[in-house]
Design a protein around this ligand. Structure first.
Ligand SMILES: [Zn+2]
Length: 237
């Protein structure tokens, strides 16, 4: 009888620890799927560190750190920053017990392996992987109908959020432009690269911790609700 009680107690304690574990999640999705918006919301709602490699790189460069200088040397010569360097920068940010949301990282299977290795050392493995699914054609439509103001950087969408006066910025009257990044052939190419790099990452996390798929075609609010539900169950209340 006593043995059973001890076993039960151990199980219960383990379960409690597990349920109170902070979310350590990866948010994956194609360009234009709204990852940034969702990551920002999660970060506020669950007090998670929002980690985007773009921001980290900019920060290191701005502060002129050793890692930043190394990265700059690659970027300035038009080369990709090596995985080890990026993972080292991310690792610095992930120190501690807090939860985090990784936005657009890991980008390749190699980065995923390096990240896992590093998190295994501190026994804080990734415990959620969320994929925002949006079909390529829809993304092309979303992005190719986007127009930007060269003066204030405000963006419009010709269908869902058009300017009051066609072709001109509501805020300052500047003539709107279509950014090079938002032209169809450029978008298609970015999507091709995304699929090639991301599929191995999804396979990598398929069983552990598993990949939660969310339909990114819904409204921002609906996506937000489902993403929160996917993150919430294990959060301490
Ligand atoms: Zn403007």
């Amino acid at each position: 009888m006593r043995h059973i009680l001890v076993v039960l107690l151990v199980c219960l304690t383990t379960l409690l620890c597990w349920t109170q574990e902070a979310p350590r999640l990866i948010l994956i999705g194609p360009p234009g799927a709204g990852k940034g918006t969702q990551a920002r919301n999660l970060s506020e709602k669950f007090k998670l560190a929002h980690i985007s490699t773009g921001d980290i790189l900019r920060e290191h460069r701005k502060q002129g750190t050793e890692l930043g200088k190394q990265a700059a040397a690659y970027m300035d010569s038009g080369k990709l920053v090596p995985d080890e360097l990026i993972v080292t920068m991310v690792a610095e940010k992930l120190a501690g017990d807090g939860g985090f949301v990784l936005d657009g990282f890991p980008r390749s299977e190699m980065q995923a392996q390096l990240l896992d290795k590093m998190l295994a050392k501190v026994e804080h493995p990734i415990n959620r992987v969320i994929l925002l699914l949006v079909p390529d054609d829809e993304l092309v439509e979303r992005l190719s109908l986007r127009r930007s103001c060269p003066t204030c950087q405000r963006t419009y969408h010709l269908k869902s959020n058009p300017p009051k006066k066609e072709g001109f910025c509501d805020s300052d009257g500047s003539e709107l432009i279509q950014r090079k990044d938002d032209k169809e052939d450029v978008i298609r190419n970015r999507l091709k690269v995304y699929h090639e790099q991301t599929e191995p990452v999804l396979r990598h996390y398929k069983d552990q911790p598993g990949v939660i798929e969310i339909d990114g075609r819904q409204s921002i609010e609906q996506v937000e609700k489902q993403v929160e539900e996917a993150v919430a169950p294990k959060v301490a209340r």
